[in-house]
Design a binder for this molecule. Structure first.
Ligand code: SF4
Length: 307
């Protein structure tokens, strides 16, 4: 349903003397998600996960320049087509309560999302009620303000807002951040249910254990680069992971006794090489100088000179 190839994002900024220069934030991200599946995007903070979501939705800041190819149902996405799809075909489940207007009642905000998706005002009002009910929120929630919601309720309101229409692609940005384990499990269950109804879900998270509990595929971002596309089952610990950074992430999981601390990769290595070259035990001269291509390997893809 969505295919992203070689996406890069850089920000133009001013340094001393009002000299303008570009700061790369994403160098080369690739991602594919199919209908009826959850594609998890994992990596440390600063890897470019949320920027990817903002690029797909066309909501990057004005000083950002984006290049690369994005295809939605086989059609190339352009700024114009993104504007027409946003909120209708492609919806964001944001990570922060700050996406809700603190001065507007929940019912108004959920209904507004329906109107943006093409519903009439009357349709949107009744759909807002149904959307909240679908996520176990009582009818009276419609008349509440965001500050009256608990963390779990807020998450459910954000999910209801994103799913009130008929969006086929949902992007959930850190949906379990700050939630207690029970609410986090419930939130992930909602995403799984949405995928099981045929929607495509991109699950952006730094919590690999959470991702593995519901995802079909896992794409690993490292320093603004996709370093591996794997099946969720490749994280079972049977040696199927292809990239040294993915293996380091896996070894850092609680279930593996935190045997490995994850070093922070470089977003813009000086010579344009592999973002993991500063920490990788297999790094050599080529690694530091040239970024490898993302190459098919054992049913997945990897970007490593020594895979
Ligand atoms: S390209 Fe080189 S530095 Fe990067 S992960 Fe592979 S071996 Fe390590």
């Amino acid at each position: 349903m969505l295919e992203i190839r070689n996406l890069s994002v850089e920000f133009s900024t001013y340094s001393a003397g009002l000299r303008r220069h570009s700061v790369p934030a994403i160098r080369s991200l690739d991602l594919t998600v199919q209908a009826g599946t959850i594609a998890a995007v994992v990596g440390q903070s600063g890897a470019g996960k949320s920027l990817l979501a903002h690029a797909v939705l066309g909501i990057l800041p004005a000083n950002a320049t984006c290049s690369g190819d994005m295809f939605y149902n086989g059609r190339r996405l352009t700024p114009r087509s993104i504007r027409s799809l946003r909120g209708k075909e492609i919806a964001l489940i944001p990570q922060s309560v700050s996406f809700l207007n603190p001065l507007l009642k929940v019912g108004v905000q959920v209904a507004r999302a329906g109107i943006c998706g093409g519903m009439s005002a009357a349709e949107a009002r009744s759909s807002a009620q149904q959307a909240l009910q679908r996520y176990g929120l009582p009818r009276r929630t419609l008349g509440w303000f965001p500050f009256q919601l608990s963390g779990g309720m807020t998450r459910r309101v954000l999910t209801a807002t994103a799913t009130i229409g008929s969006a086929s692609l949902l992007i959930a940005d850190e949906p379990t951040n700050g939630l207690d384990p029970l609410t986090a499990r419930e939130t992930l269950g909602h995403l799984r249910s949405l995928a099981d109804t045929g929607k495509a879900v991109i699950l952006i998270t730094h919590d690999i254990e959470a991702a593995l509990s519901v995802a079909d595929s896992v794409t690993v971002f490292c320093g603004g680069v996709t370093v591996e596309e794997a099946r969720a089952s490749d994280f079972d610990g049977n040696g199927s992971l292809r990239h040294p950074y993915s293996r380091t992430l896996w070894e850092s999981l609680p279930r593996n006794g935190f045997t490995q601390a994850v070093p922070q990769p470089e977003t813009a290595p000086q010579n344009g090489g592999c973002p993991f070259s500063g920490a990788c035990l297999r790094s050599n001269g080529s690694c530091r100088e040239t970024l490898p291509e993302l190459t098919p390997l054992s049913g997945g893809k990897v970007r490593c000179w020594n895979a």
